[in-house]
Design a protein around this ligand. Structure first.
Ligand code: SF4
Ligand code: SF4
Length: 407
């Protein structure tokens, strides 16, 4: 059973998730105008009996129990649309919802089964896929050059790359991880990875109200990262960026984390002469919520795509701040069946239709979750002949003539 007691050690008072009942009676939450912009802008608001506005309304009136037993508690996918729209600046996505879920767990309500399993896997194995921590470097086996495994050969590096769980273990994302390693090598970057010492950074545990587990991950990861010397902490998973930029500093630890799109866009002059192959593709881009709406990393992915010879870039109607979420955040990666049951459809299906409507033949992404989510949605929506999904790194590598199995 996943409960909030899991992994609880040290401090009993989290600096992040405060008591839900106290939170809704605080000045911030009493300032809620009940305007409904949060629920109105929520991509799943139509299916939630308790939108953020109603959660606040009922809880302030002492009717929290009605909310806790409702399916709405597990329907938020942490897209941050409500947080960015709220006129009172109320932190719904990473305060209200985690505290509500924390309260639900404490009162004995369980998360949906698939999410429950993923959280248990993080606790037991340090990754949501339930893979052995010893296989963390499985993705690197097919690399043509040995990488620097800092767990075995500790030394100062310019770049410490946190590979994160899906690029480490999931075959589709392992391909992208290898391409990124080769791009870093071609750029002459001095980089290393944490090898078997790496474990999940835990953004989804925080957003799902598993505060005890999240605190444990923060404590362990902080100690680990502080034991190495590096200039830049690099991630290809925007959920890792969210954790390092927004959540870890609350615990007093700040690392200079960068998403790969920002890091490569900053080195575009170095990269451009290496983009030798013309791709002849009409391409659109899906802004992921963590790097996009939260961390405002909107231009770097576009700069990279527009630098690739032969690419015609088109925008979807909803882009940047207003981009539609793929539904994979805040535990949503493991909530597809649940959300389809209660909401009638997956956000990734809706988004792939938007991408196809632009006439693009490639939807590009910069998040490991999105590759499999959109590739699955292409099949379920019958769009296989119209559009493909590629990580931006795959297009860069193709233009750089980097083959997945060699250079
Ligand atoms: S958008 Fe903000 S102020 Fe308006 S109902 Fe939602 S939480 Fe309250
Ligand atoms: S974070 Fe997104 S999914 Fe969650 S309540 Fe806000 S708008 Fe809805």
């Amino acid at each position: 059973m996943v409960t909030n007691a899991i992994g609880k050690r040290g401090s009993n008072v989290s600096p992040f998730v405060v008591d839900f009942e106290e939170m809704v009676q605080s000045d911030d939450f009493l300032g809620c105008l009940q305007c409904g912009l949060c629920g109105g802008s929520c991509p799943l608001g139509y299916a939630m009996e308790f939108t953020p506005r109603k959660v606040i309304l009922h809880s302030r009136a002492g009717r929290t129990a009605r909310v806790l037993s409702n399916a709405s508690v597990w329907m938020c996918v942490s897209c941050y649309t409500c947080s960015t729209r709220c006129p009172k600046g109320i932190e719904i996505a990473h305060s209200l919802w985690p505290a509500l879920r924390d309260k639900a767990l404490q009162d004995g309500f369980q998360p949906p089964a698939e999410l429950h399993k993923a959280l248990q896997n993080i606790y037991t194995y340090g990754n949501s896929l339930g893979e052995s921590p010893k296989k963390r470097l499985g993705w690197a086996k097919a690399l043509d050059r040995p990488l620097l495994d800092l767990s075995k050969t500790p030394r100062p590096v310019d770049v410490l790359w946190i590979v994160e769980c899906y690029p480490s273990y999931y075959p589709r994302n392992q391909i992208v991880a290898r391409l990124f390693a080769k791009i870093l090598n071609l750029l002459g970057i001095d980089w290393g990875v944490l090898g078997t010492r790496e474990r999940c950074l835990g953004d989804c545990t925080q957003l799902c109200g598993e505060e005890g587990l999240f605190e444990m991950l923060v404590e362990d990861n902080t100690m680990l990262l502080k034991s190495y010397e590096f200039q830049t902490l690099l991630v290809i998973d925007p959920h890792a960026l969210l954790a390092l930029r927004q959540f870890y500093p609350v615990y007093g630890t700040s690392f200079q984390a960068q998403h790969y799109t920002t890091y490569l866009a900053d080195r575009l002059e170095l990269l451009k002469p290496m983009l030798i192959n013309k791709l002849d593709a009409k391409v659109t881009y899906h802004d992921n919520c963590c790097a996009g709406r939260v961390c405002k990393c909107f231009e770097p992915p576009r700069k990279l795509l527009q630098a690739i010879p032969g690419i015609e870039f088109v925008e979807m109607d909803r882009n940047r701040e207003t981009a539609l979420c793929c539904g994979g955040g805040g535990g949503g990666m493991w909530l597809d069946s649940y959300i389809t049951e209660h909401g009638g459809h997956r956000l990734s299906d809706e988004r792939i239709r938007e991408a196809a409507a632009t006439g693009a033949n490639i939807l590009t992404v910069s998040c490991p979750y999105e590759l499999s989510r959109f590739e699955d949605s292409i099949k379920t929506t019958g769009l296989e002949t119209q559009i493909k999904v590629r990580d931006i790194l795959e297009l860069l590598a193709e233009s750089m003539a980097i083959n997945e199995r060699g250079q």
